[in-house]
Design a protein around this ligand. Structure first.
Ligand SMILES: NC(=O)c1ccc[n+]([C@@H]2O[C@H](COP(=O)([O-])OP(=O)(O)OC[C@H]3O[C@@H](n4cnc5c(N)ncnc54)[C@H](OP(=O)(O)O)[C@@H]3O)[C@@H](O)[C@H]2O)c1
Length: 269
């Protein structure tokens, strides 16, 4: 048997992963799960208030027995230069580490924003705010990361969408449609980038307790919970993170251009 027990326990050993929105909620869970499986993780976030949360996540990650590397990077992904700023600062960081060139293996486009507003009240500014973070930022960050992906291929790009992409939820049209756009980007990037074994997928969580969920109307969450085939409950950050981490490893190599519903089977249609 070729694989050693250590390799089995740390399937992402030697991989470098960039996770956006890593300061809390699903992004924090994904970052920890990738690190738990052996990856070095770059934790991207935006708000200065979240710095203590990032510091405590770094401490938690570095307390793991295999002591993974965790490095923070702060940038507003809704600013046109934010995505490139992240990559430029990582290039400098990487060079400071034994003059190594930045070589990313895993990119998780997770940061996202929702807005509850009836269609009649939506403004162009609302549109730009939601679409800049949920759609344009994954595009610009993926573009900026492309020259720095591992040239050996078999890289992983995972976009975090939402079951809302296929749900007609009242007052959530900007959020739902932006996540539908992310599904479209995922399928096209999978077609463009697959030549070297790179996969691109979209993981669509159902409701998961987080600051974002606190802002979603309770009746929508309750409707989803009641109609969730698995145990009629909402999901956990850990459940979503494990699905993402599975796709990020070698076992995810033959899945690309797909939308994976991480929702206990909940589906609008
Ligand atoms: N929770 C759910 O039920 C659920 C369900 C389906 C899909 N999702 C999706 O899962 C992803 C994570 O959701 P969550 O519930 O974990 O959200 P959350 O708790 O609200 O966390 C959002 C994250 O995005 C970051 N972020 C916000 N604005 C940003 C900006 N302008 N630039 C860079 N980063 C920014 C935040 O960083 P700061 O701390 O620095 O602000 C934070 O780390 C989102 O894409 C969301 O749409 C969530």
């Amino acid at each position: 048997m070729a694989d050693s027990i250590t390799e089995f326990k740390l399937p992402l050993s030697g991989k470098l992963a960039l996770i956006t929105g890593a300061s809390r909620g699903i992004g924090e869970g994904i970052a920890f799960e990738l690190a738990r499986r052996g990856a070095s993780v770059i934790l991207a976030y935006s708000s200065p208030d979240s710095t203590p949360k990032i510091e405590s996540l770094i401490q938690k990650i570095q307390s793991l027995p295999h002591k993974p590397t965790a490095y923070p990077v702060r940038a507003d992904l809704t600013s046109p230069t934010g995505p490139q700023d992240i990559i430029s600062s990582l290039v400098a960081w990487s060079e400071s580490q034994n003059q190594k060139k930045l070589q990313l293996d895993i990119l998780i486009n997770n940061a996202g924003l929702q807005l509850v507003k009836p269609v009649g009240n939506i403004t162009a500014d609302n549109y730009h705010k939601i679409y800049n973070l949920n759609v344009l930022a994954p595009l610009l960050l993926t573009q900026a990361a492309l020259p720095h992906l591992n040239p050996a291929g078999h890289n992983r790009i995972i976009n975090i969408g939402s079951v809302a992409a296929r749900g007609g939820f009242k007052d959530l049209s900007l959020y739902c449609s932006s996540k539908a756009a992310l599904e479209g980007l995922t399928r096209c990037w999978a077609a463009e980038l697959g030549g070297d074994g790179t996969t691109v997928n979209c993981v669509n969580p159902g409701p998961v307790q987080s600051e974002m969920l606190d802002g979603i109307p309770r009746e929508i969450v309750e409707m989803q919970r009641k109609n969730t085939p698995v145990e009629q409950r909402i999901g956990t950050v850990g459940e979503v993170s494990k699905i993402v981490a599975g796709l990020a490893g070698e076992d995810g190599g033959w899945v690309s251009g797909q939308v994976i519903s991480a929702s206990g089977g909940w589906a609008m249609y």
